[in-house]
Every structure is written in C-alpha cells, then in structure tokens.
Design a binder for this molecule. Structure first.
Ligand SMILES: [Zn+2]
Ligand SMILES: [Zn+2]
Length: 318
C-alpha cells in the first residue's frame, strides 16, 4: 500500500512538472493545462494520502491497480522506443486521432483486459467444466516453458480463424473495420477495437486454452499477448532479421493494416508468421507499407458512432 501511495505522489508531481515543461515548449497549451488541472484536482481530493474507507478485498480491487499499471507501464515501455527509433519520425506521439485511441484504451481495451484476468481468477471453476482431464494431464507433464510455447501456438491458430472470419464475414467485418480505420499506427492504435471484436477474439482464444492448459500458463499467455500485440502496432523501425521469420514484428502487422491492394486480407496471425504461410495468406516484402487504413470504405469518426454503427449498417462497402 505504501508503494502505491508513493507511486501516486510521484505521478501527481510528474504531471505538474511535465505540464509546466509542455506549456513552455508547445504552442498549444491545452494538453499541459488539462494535465496540470487534473493533477491539482487529484491533490485537492486528497492526493496520495486519500483515506481508504474499506479494505479492498480480492477480485474487483485488481481493477484499478491494473488500470493504472497497464496505462503507465505500456506508455513507459513503448513511447521511449517510438521516440528513439521511429519508422515514421514525423508522426509524433500526439498524432492525429490519438485522443480517440485513448478513449478506446480506457473504455474497451482495458476493461476487457481486466475482465479476462477476472474470468481467470476463478478459472479453476471454468476449467472444471471446460477442461479435458486427459489433455490437461498430458500437457502438465511437459516442461513449463514448452507448455507456454504450445499455448501460444494454440492461441494463435484460434486467433487466425476468428481473425479470418472477422475479415470475410460481412457482418463481422463491420466491427473489425474499426480496428483497421487507423491511418497511422503506434502502440496505442492497437487498442482501437470494437468491444464485439475484442470479446470474440478473447473468447476464441481463451476457450481452447482452458481445455488443456493450467491457470498459470493462461495468465502468462495473457501478459504475453498484451505486450506482443501492442508491440506489433508500434511505430518502431528496427528489425531483427533472424527473429522475424519466427515472430511477428511491427512491419509484419503493419502490412496487415495497409490500405494498399497487395496487403489486403494478408498476415492474420498475431504471433507466428508461419501460420500465414501455412494457409497462404503470407505477405512480407522488404519495405514498409506507404498507406494505412480502410481501402476506400468510410466509417464514423467518433467513438460513440463507431460503437453504434456496426449494429445498424445494412450493407458492406469493402
Ligand atoms: Zn484484421
Ligand atoms: Zn492490428
């Protein structure tokens, strides 16, 4: 608890300091002022010494911690990488529509993240119904690291097929089009996803994992997928040639997001490029794409309408 209070205090002081620096250096003062106002409001409400009426117990208390940690950690890991080695240096951290993606991060990505973990906390219950004992025993005999690797393979195969369906079934594409509407990619662009899309993908991945894998493996996978999926959307130029054959790198997933004809409906796998090779949907030239976003299709631009529109739209305009 003490560490959390120190962290909160540091965040408030940091917000005010960076607000001052930003207001000096940037022409637009609105971000700096909003940040400082929020920090002052947080202090006025009690800051890090705010009294806690009830001791948080188990389950739901994980929510707020994750909320803070996820946003804080993700920004801490990926923003410096994008600032140091960007593929598109002119894009900047506060690019067009970044606020829309923050809204998605807060309202869709994070709650679903928390929900996945919460579903897994009482997972012993779920695995009781879903688990196949023979399979569980067989997998449990394998070394932990191999189990983990196997879980990624199973998850990515499941992800491949639901992702393919999201592209090929017109009704599902309406939801997935939201994820493809980003015209510039970076760490937070990956959060732009309709909640139906996110829920479907999560469900398709988690259910097969629950057939045979232990809770610790599934939890490890959830942490891995959060880090790796965010990473593949990053505006990050460097590439490890030896690694990109085995593991999806940013340039690989960027080709999935291109609006150029040659990249449409390619690279569905999120972890292993060889899965796309296996099913004939692999496309990986040596260069980066030039354009991103939807291929001629228009969708609503505001979060609220993007959420409503897929339920109401009648025809598909691919
Ligand atoms: Zn897609
Ligand atoms: Zn993506």
């Amino acid at each position: 608890m003490h560490t959390m209070r120190v962290l909160i205090q540091c965040l408030i002081v940091g917000a005010i300091l960076f607000g001052i620096i930003s207001s000096i250096k940037r022409k637009k003062k609105i971000l700096a002022l909003t940040g400082m106002l929020l920090a002052i409001a947080a202090t006025a409400l009690g800051g890090s010494s705010v009294p806690i009426n009830e001791t948080p117990h188990g389950g739901l208390a994980i929510g707020l911690d994750w909320f803070l940690l996820d946003l804080f950690l993700m920004a801490l890991i990926y923003v410096p990488l994008e600032r140091l080695w960007p593929q598109y240096p002119k894009q900047g951290t506060f690019r067009n529509e970044w606020t829309l993606d923050v809204v998605y991060f807060m309202s869709t990505h994070l709650p679903l993240q928390i929900l996945s973990f919460l579903v897994l906390l009482p997972a012993t219950q779920a695995t009781k119904y879903l688990g196949v004992p023979v399979l569980q025993e067989l997998i449990a005999r394998v070394p932990w690291f191999l189990q983990f690797f196997l879980a990624i393979v199973v998850a990515d195969l499941a992800e491949y097929f639901i992702h393919l369906a999201l592209h090929k079934v017109p009704f599902l594409w309406r939801f997935h089009a939201v994820h493809h509407s980003s015209k510039a990619l970076d760490w937070i662009a990956g959060s732009r996803s309709h909640f139906v899309d996110d829920t479907l993908v999560r469900g398709f991945i988690l259910v097969p994992l629950m057939f045979g894998f232990s809770q610790s493996i599934i939890l490890a996978y959830l942490i891995f997928v959060t880090l790796h999926a965010t990473w593949t959307h990053c505006n990050f130029g460097p590439n490890a040639r030896w690694l990109e054959k085995f593991l999806v790198m940013p340039r690989y997933h960027h080709w999935h997001h291109t609006s150029q004809k040659e990249g449409i409906d390619k690279n569905f796998a999120i972890h292993f490029p060889w899965i796309d090779k296996l099913f004939g949907t692999y496309y990986y030239p040596d260069v980066w794409p030039e354009r991103y976003g939807l291929d001629g299709q228009e969708i609503a631009r505001a979060f609220f309408w993007q959420t409503i529109e897929p339920f109401t739209k009648r025809k598909r305009t691919p």
